[in-house]
Structure formats: structure tokens, C-alpha cells
Design a protein. Structure first.
Lengths: 117, 381
């Protein structure tokens, strides 16, 4: 793990994302709801560019025939098959299937966004 | 689970075998308006295409489109999110972008184009209108796609409602460079029905396999193929059940003796996967031993007709938790000669050749990648 500067803070505004190359690894860095997330840009299912997917919420586990929407801005959904991954854990929400995407620590240092990867 | 590296797209230079994608969907840019240049004026009028005062006007209830699934909502969307061209046009509508993303980007050497907007043609109540759309589509496919890049291959479409004009349409278009298949949109008549025989005769005559594809109208339109048991509530139920239509049609094709009548005919079952097939084979073969005298025109076990005459495209590739189960499945269905790779680009359940093919047993990988398709399509490939 080494420190990599992603960009200046003003280059990654709220709601934004950047996809960077770190030593041959493609990593997506997201800024949503005041938080930063970094996640590997490869879906473990079929190799899709995961970080081109949508960021939003998902339906929470519920009683039959009821819907409860939640986890807004926590779920990254693959642009190919719609597989869902929690930006905080790199795992599917609620542990429903055994896939995992690598995530990386992100922090702001001065006016720079930095990841450990 | 081990972190996945981005799989590398490898074309024929790297593999030594053409990667033939047997299920790729070209789409219209502006619905039926794309067919305007190819429709006679009387049919433009009948369809109301491009005429403000008629069916395709701005009032929703009067707007005409071909039958498609209008009941079930796919929460992921029906198209790969990264398949929209930079100008925002509809995925699969720009041949240059398909070339860039699929042929060059995913290492596909030949793409067989099955009309994404005409699957539901068989559900139209008007046989003449369906035939007019099919002809216009075939001319559009030729000009816009087959003449654009010599790696595109086409499935000409026929309207199944009236078999005599459908056979004439095959005669009209079959000789065009790049045409490799006849796509038969399904209706609520099973494929073994003698209604279709003029179509099969023409396809056999020209050496073209018949292709059929899940229709998107299955269980949605009265004249489309019906699903068993009743009407589903959710997209995920409906989508999982679509293979029912193929169970029924494989049984019908075999038992009606279609392949005794048309010994040169091949049929491609597209976008149905293949994990459902063993049960059909085993039930048919078991029945044959007791019930043969009901269908005495069958000279061999039903499964043998399937292996000789039917081909199955891979997508959606079954994903069992244990890889050896996929290997066993391939053995049961004789995948070394019956299975054809397909991606379903640009639809949401796309199978990436660089990943999906590697899940198959190595001994049959090249067969599925392209050798089976080369045998099926011959010089036309």
C-alpha cells in the first residue's frame, strides 16, 4: 500500500467521481454525501468497468409485497448486470451473494484527495 | 473470493479461432421511422410512420410501435449502461460504436445481428403489416449494417403469420453477402406446426439455419408465445421463466418430425441458455421407448435429432456455484457440437467472451468460441 494523490479537492465536487490508474490498477474515487470512497474498477462477476455504474440506494430487506428504499448514495450498481456493491465495504449489501470488490482508504490532505492503494 | 483483474479482449490473432458472437442486437435510432426509406408509400400510410396526423402522432394512445414487453419493469434497465454512444443515441443503433465497443473492445471477430426491435413481430395481428415491416427491416439491415463492416453478419427476418410470403422473402434476401440465418419471430403456434413448413423449406433450400430468440412478448401478447401456468407479477419471475417457450418448441420440432421432413434444416435457439435442456432430452428419450408408435416417423432417439439439428447460444451462461457442474452440463448436451458463443450485446445481461468462455471446459472452448459456428454457417461466415 502506498499513498497516491488522486486530484485536488475542488476537482472532485460533491456527487462527482474520478477514475484513476494506480500502477496499472483502475480505481474509482467517489465523493457522495460529504464522504469519499475508493473502489476497484472491475466487477468480479464479468469484468465490467464497475465504476461507470450508477450510485444510489436500494430496497432494504422487507416483508413480502412491501418496499422500503434506503442506503441512498451507498450502493454502486454495475453498468452491465446491475450487481450491487456497498461503497463502504465492497461487498453486496446484506451479504446476499459471495462477491467482493477491493476498496481503499481515502482521505483529504490539505487541498488534495489521497488514497492508500 | 480472489480479486478479479480486468480480462483482456483477445481476437482471432491471439486465439487462432474466430470468436463468433451469435446474438448481437442492432437497434433503431428512432423506432420505425428508421424504416421509412425502405417502406413503400402505402405501407408508410398504413403504419402511420412519419405522418403527423396518424398513428405515430404525439398522442401516446395512437402511437404505434412493434409488440414488446410493456408489462414488466427491469430495475437495472434493459441496456448496458456503458453501451450508450457518446452522443447519447440508443445502444446498438450506431454501427461505428458497436464496432468499437464489441468487435474491437471485446475481441469479437464476427457478430451475428438479430434485430432487437423486431423480436415481437410474430405477435402482430396483421400478417401483411408484419411482412412489410420484415422486408423493410431486411433492407435496413443490409444497408446500414452488413455494408458497414465485413465482420457483421445478418439474420434476415420473416413474418411468421403467413408462410408463403415469408418464404418468398427468404428467396429475395438470402443471396445477399453477410446473411447467415433466418430469424423467425415466434407466435402462439409451436414451431413443429406444419404452418411453418414453407419457411423451413425455403431456409433449407438456401442452406440457412432458422434462428429463434426470446421474443420479449412472451406471455405478454395474446399472439405471442404463452408461458406456462399463468401470469407473473415481477420481471425477475418472467425473465427466469422465458426458457419455457424453448422447452415447448424443442419438443414440438422433434416430435412433429420436422427434421425427418427437412433433413438439412438447422435451428438456432438464441438467448435461452441451455441448463434446461437435459430434462427435455431425458424425458423425450424415455418416452420414446414406450410411446414411439405414436410418432413412428422418428427413426432415432429424440435426443439425437436435437444434437444433429439444434444449436444453442450460450448467453445467459449458467453460473453454478461449482464449475464442475457446468462441465457435466456441457457433457450431457454434447456442447462440443451444439453450443455457440453469444454475448447479447448491448443488453443488460451481456456475457463478456473473455470471461464467459473461460468458464467452459477447455476441451470444448474453441468449439464454442467459433468452430461450431463455422460448421453451422459454412462459407457465409
Amino acid at each position: 500500500m502506498a499513498r497516491h494523490v488522486v486530484c485536488r479537492v475542488d476537482e472532485l465536487p460533491e456527487g462527482g467521481r474520478r477514475i484513476v490508474d494506480v500502477g496499472g490498477r483502475s480505481i474509482g474515487v467517489f465523493h457522495v454525501d460529504g464522504r469519499y470512497y475508493a473502489i476497484r474498477n472491475v466487477c468480479p462477476h464479468m469484468g465490467a468497468p464497475l465504476c461507470l455504474g450508477t450510485v444510489g440506494g436500494t430496497m432494504l430487506p422487507s416483508e413480502p409485497h412491501t418496499y422500503t428504499y434506503g442506503l441512498e448514495n451507498r450502493i454502486l450498481r454495475c453498468p452491465w448486470h446491475g450487481y450491487e456493491f456497498d461503497l463502504e465495504t465492497g461487498r453486496p449489501p446484506f451479504g446476499t451473494y459471495p462477491l467482493r470488490v477491493r476498496i481503499y482508504p481515502v482521505r483529504v490532505e490539505g487541498d488534495q484527495v489521497v488514497i492508500e492503494a | 473470493m480472489k480479486a478479479m483483474e480486468r480480462p483482456e479482449a483477445r481476437g482471432v490473432e491471439a486465439t487462432g479461432v474466430l470468436t463468433v458472437d451469435c446474438d448481437v442486437h442492432p437497434h433503431f435510432e428512432q423506432g420505425l421511422k428508421d424504416l421509412l426509406p425502405y417502406l413503400p408509400s402505402s405501407w408508410r400510410r398504413r403504419l402511420g410512420v412519419g405522418l403527423e396526423s396518424s398513428w405515430s402522432g404525439d398522442v401516446y394512445a395512437s402511437r404505434f410501435s412493434l409488440p414488446k414487453n410493456v408489462l414488466y419493469i427491469n430495475p437495472v434497465g434493459a441496456l448496458r449502461r456503458d453501451s450508450y454512444p457518446p452522443d447519447g443515441s440508443i445502444p446498438g443503433s450506431d454501427p461505428a460504436y458497436v464496432r468499437q465497443q464489441l468487435l474491437e473492445g471485446a475481441g469479437v471477430d464476427r457478430a451475428v445481428l438479430l434485430g432487437g426491435d423486431v423480436f415481437g413481430l410474430g405477435a402482430l395481428p396483421d400478417p401483411d403489416l408484419a411482412a412489410a415491416v420484415a422486408s423493410a427491416y431486411n433492407d435496413w439491415l443490409t444497408e446500414r449494417w452488413l455494408e458497414f463492416d465485413d465482420r457483421f453478419r445478418g439474420a434476415l427476418v420473416v413474418a411468421p403469420q403467413d408462410p408463403a410470403p415469408a418464404a418468398r422473402e427468404i428467396d429475395r434476401v438470402a443471396g445477399r453477402p453477410g446473411m447467415v440465418e433466418v430469424m423467425l419471430p415466434l407466435t402462439n403456434l409451436l414451431m413443429g406446426d406444419r404452418h411453418y413448413y414453407p419457411i423451413y423449406e425455403a431456409a433449407e433450400h438456401h442452406g440457412l439455419p432458422i434462428g429463434c430468440h426470446v421474443n420479449s412478448v412472451d406471455g405478454v401478447f395474446v399472439k405471442g408465445p404463452q408461458l406456462a401456468g399463468g401470469v407473473f407479477t415481477y420481471y425477475t419471475e418472467w425473465h427466469a421463466a422465458l426458457t419455457e417457450v424453448y422447452h415447448a418448441n424443442v419438443i414440438s420440432l422433434v416430435c412433429q418430425g420436422v427434421f425427418e421432413r427437412f433433413p438439412g434444416l438447422k435451428v438456432v435457439i438464441a438467448e435461452g441458455g441451455f441448463a434446461w435442456l437435459p430434462d427435455v432430452l431425458w424425458r423425450l428419450d424415455r418416452n420414446y421407448q414406450a410411446l414411439r408408435d405414436e410418432v413412428p416417423w422418428l427413426k432415432r432417439l429424440p435426443s439425437q435429432y436435437v444434437f444433429d439439428h439444434l444449436r444453442f447460444t450460450t448467453q445467459p451462461m449458467p453460473e453454478p456455484a461449482r464449475p464442475e457442474h457446468l462441465a457435466t452440463l456441457c457433457e450431457v448436451i454434447e456442447a462440443g457440437r451444439t453450443l455457440l458463443f453469444s454475448s447479447d450485446y448491448p443488453h443488460w445481461d451481456f456475457d463478456n467472451p473473455a470471461v464467459a468462455l473461460n468458464r467452459l471446459p477447455e476441451a470444448i472452448r474453441d468449439r464454442v468460441r467459433g468452430r461450431n459456428a463455422a460448421e453451422l454457417f459454412g462459407d457465409r461466415l
